[in-house]
Design a protein around this ligand. Structure first.
Ligand code: TRP
Length: 328
């Protein structure tokens, strides 16, 4: 059997996932399983760099794992695990930090952003964040990292660390990964303005019930210039229309598009159609989610099993790393 390329991606445990997470990342994780060896990691250590309330880590991890499984990550084919369950991540992070100039880390845009956002908590982990991320990736000899464009500087950084390590040790044990930009046409939140995110509180969670979905979709902001029901609208500036493109058939998209422009249909009707199509599109996922949610211990077993398989791969890389450096 020919070896399939290795995919690795990580995401911080943020609890219940929303449509932005799903369309921008998770859906793609699921698709990549068809022809790649996939390793998907819930990066709880990374989350500690910004999370105020550490007590949320466990629940957030469990909720995210449920959404991943519900979306179709197959633990029999892929490795799905929690970062802190595999100590080699922290170990390799320490080693790689010795191959990383400090100035490079403090110059990265992400670090500067964090200093601005949380001046009261500029912790050491925040500086090393990209080093830990590099360890995550290279432990599994990753070929491809599916991430959003916002992670580009981190992947570039990873590639540089790999080159430095291989050059200084004279042994090419680490693999330089490629980035696979999975950016989906940006998913805006219910405000129709900003990117969908939990911190903006404009999210549509995957786990909502059908009735909750109707309520949230009804609250969505549409074309602000369409004030009265009789005003023609502009679907191109409307986030409800944008989501129709994801959840409705091409014919239905066409219909609401022309209906909006001619004021033949109102925003409420358009939203109800969207909610209905969203509910049928997500029905299967939600059923699977409910089934897993009824067996929380099984979900932790899946994560523990994933960690065991991850540790076996990571241990092998660490042996090579130690030998390449010449650690006694
Ligand atoms: N930094 C990534 C984010 O915020 C999460 C992450 C951690 C990651 N380690 C990774 C992504 C390794 C890809 C590969 O989204």
């Amino acid at each position: 059997m020919t070896k399939r390329p290795r995919v690795f991606s990580g995401a911080r445990p943020t609890g219940r996932q929303h449509l932005g997470n799903y369309l921008g990342a998770i859906k793609n994780y699921v698709a990549l399983q068809a022809d790649h060896d996939c390793v998907y990691c819930i990066v709880d250590l990374h989350a500690m760099t910004t999370l105020e309330d550490l007590h949320l880590l466990r629940a957030h991890t469990a909720e995210m794992a449920l959404d991943w499984l519900a979306a179709g990550i197959r633990p029999a084919d892929s490795i799905m695990f929690v970062q802190s369950h595999v100590p080699q991540h922290a170990e390799l992070h320490t080693i790689l930090s010795m191959f990383t100039p400090l100035g490079k880390l403090t110059d990265l845009p992400h670090f500067k952003d964090k200093v601005r956002l949380q001046p009261h908590n500029v912790n050491y982990g925040l500086v090393g964040y990209p080093v830990l991320m590099t360890a995550d990736i290279v432990l599994y000899k990753t070929n491809l990292v599916p991430v959003g464009i916002d992670q580009e500087s981190h992947i570039e950084f990873c590639r540089e660390v790999v080159r430095t390590f291989n050059h200084r040790t004279g042994a090419s044990v680490l693999v330089e990964p490629q980035m696979k930009n999975t950016e989906y046409p940006k998913v805006l939140g219910t405000d129709g303005q900003r990117k969908m995110s939990k911190s903006e509180n404009n999210q549509i969670e995957l786990a909502l019930t059908a009735a909750e979905t109707v309520n949230v979709v009804r609250s969505m902001v549409t074309d602000p210039a369409r004030v009265r029901r009789t005003d023609p609208g502009n679907p191109d500036v409307c986030n409800v229309f944008a989501l129709h493109k994801t959840f409705s058939t091409p014919a239905a998209v066409q219909e609401v598009g022309t209906g909006c422009r001619s004021a033949a249909i109102g925003c409420v009707e358009c939203k109800l159609k969207l909610a209905e199509n969203m509910n049928s599109g997500l029905a299967e996922l939600r059923e699977r989610r409910a089934a897993f949610a009824a067996r929380p211990d099984d979900v932790w077993d899946i994560l523990r099993d994933g960690a065991q398989r991850a540790r076996a791969l990571a241990a092998k890389t660490m042996d090579e790393v130690r030998a390449a450096i010449g650690l006694p």
